[in-house]
Design a protein around this ligand. Structure first.
Ligand SMILES: Cc1cc2nc3c(=O)[nH]c(=O)nc-3n(C[C@H](O)[C@H](O)[C@H](O)COP(=O)(O)OP(=O)(O)OC[C@H]3O[C@@H](n4cnc5c(N)ncnc54)[C@H](O)[C@@H]3O)c2cc1C
Length: 404
């Protein structure tokens, strides 16, 4: 039975980030995933893209993977324009307002996960087990035993990074609460008549937000969140009819939609666990919390969880890293930060659904007033970039960031 310091269950963006951060600290780690190694198709865009802020970029720079990611395809964006379909309210954010070259980057999830695993392969102290299902996690002589088909190992600490449906969370009976939005997000790559101007665009419709995210080749990745019946209707349309509806719903802000790739949808929910930790166990990323994608925060929050947990664990090296006092530091650090962002995102989701006239008018006024207020906007930009709040060392960039 092999012995590890940390076993991470889930090798997605968040689990692989933690694995790299701990491997860098020379801990003996194992990562277990039910899936298969990431496959990157360099000839076409991944349908799953994420807007990553400065903090996540710094984490990847400090882990030595940003060069590999940016050498493939990343799309820096400088501005964000948001407007309300039901009022005259609009707001725009510009990186220049906070003296930064960009607000963030649009990255393809598969490229990031692949880069993280390529780098992880360089560490002799890290093992990755693909297509492996953990069956049991049990206490074992001051550690935990992780049992899977065909083997077992021990660890001082187990981390659940196995996504929204977390098996670890359920197995350890950690309760989760939340809201099923009964919405779906339709994603696709589209080509537009006019340039995206390195801007992330989002229009709030009564049925949910529609975002156009700028990609490096001039096309856009759309995220169209809407109620389930509408999503079903949109998914059933022909490409031509879908492109027409998409253009209309976006007020043809970037002109006509000229071409579209495959469409895919994802269910949307907000969830959060009451406790991020249990005996010798911690939850990170979507296993601990999920948010509506309207503010592009889910992966950013998960990457911050990984950075904080690695810092807290590294601070306890030489002692028992799985004790409650160590894990409580992680929970205290991240729970409040995550809750703040999740509450703000949920509030926005609810606010933009209200169709009562006085509220719509107030919402429009609120957007215009915020747009005119420099300091408030700067605060929002910094939070969205992930550079506000209490940052772990891994999320700080010591080298100046140059314009991409
Ligand atoms: C439409 C959409 C748009 C989004 N846009 C953004 C954005 O712009 N910016 C942003 O920051 N976030 C965004 N998000 C959120 C982001 O995608 C997620 O927060 C992020 O991918 C979560 O990563 P994770 O590693 O925690 O979980 P996952 O990506 O779900 O990874 C979990 C891993 O665990 C593995 N696994 C599952 N079950 C088991 C098991 N029992 N045992 C072992 N392994 C297991 C899976 O195979 C997988 O590899 C978006 C989400 C959606 C749906």
């Amino acid at each position: 039975m092999s012995a590890h310091d940390v076993v991470i269950i889930g090798a997605g963006m968040v689990g692989a980030t933690l694995a790299n951060a701990l491997a860098q600290r020379e801990l003996r780690i194992a990562v277990v995933d039910t899936g298969s190694p990431p496959v990157v198709d360099h000839s076409q865009y991944d349908l799953r893209v994420s807007a990553l802020g400065r903090a996540a970029e710094c984490v990847f720079r400090n882990l030595g993977v940003w060069t590999a990611i940016s050498a493939q395809r990343v799309s820096p964006f400088r501005k964000m324009v948001v407007w309300d379909a039901q009022s005259k309210g609009a707001i725009s954010f510009d990186a220049a307002d906070v003296g930064e070259p960009q607000l963030g980057h649009i990255v393809e999830n598969s490229l990031v996960i692949d880069a993280l695993h390529q780098q992880l392969g360089n560490y002799p102290n890290a093992d990755v087990l693909w297509a492996t299902k953990v069956e049991k996690i049990t206490p074992h002589r001051g550690a935990v035993k992780i049992t899977f088909k065909g083997g077992e190992c021990t660890a001082a600490l187990v981390v659940g990074a196995d996504g929204a449906g977390s098996w670890v969370r359920k197995h350890l009976r950690i309760g989760a609460r939340g809201t099923d939005y009964d919405q779906r997000a339709i994603v696709a790559q589209v080509h537009t008549e006019r340039s995206h101007e390195r801007t992330a665009w989002q229009r709030f419709l009564p049925t949910g937000p529609l975002a156009f995210l700028p990609l490096a080749d001039g096309s856009c990745s759309i995220v169209w969140s809407c109620d389930r019946p509408l999503a079903d209707e949109l998914m059933a349309l022909t490409d031509e009819a879908f492109m027409q509806r998409l253009g209309e719903s976006f007020e043809f802000r970037l002109g006509k939609i000229g071409a579209i790739g495959t469409r895919k949808w994802f269910p949307l929910s907000r969830s959060y666990v009451e406790h991020y930790i249990a005996s010798r166990c911690a939850l990170i990323g979507d296993a601990a919390h999920t948010v509506h994608p309207l503010a592009g925060q889910g992966a950013n929050l998960g990457i911050a969880d990984a950075a904080v947990l690695s810092e807290v664990v590294a601070g306890a090296v030489g002692k028992d890293i799985g004790t409650r006092s160590v894990l409580r530091r992680y929970e205290r650090w991240r729970k409040g930060e995550n809750m703040l962002m999740m509450t703000a995102v949920h509030g926005l989701q609810r606010l933009f659904r209200v169709q009562v006239t006085p509220i719509r008018q107030l919402r429009g006024l609120g957007l215009r007033l915020t747009d005119a207020s420099g300091p408030v906007k700067q605060l929002i930009i910094r939070r969205a970039m992930g550079v506000g709040g209490d940052l772990p060392e891994l999320a700080k960039c010591s080298i100046p960031i140059v314009d991409a």
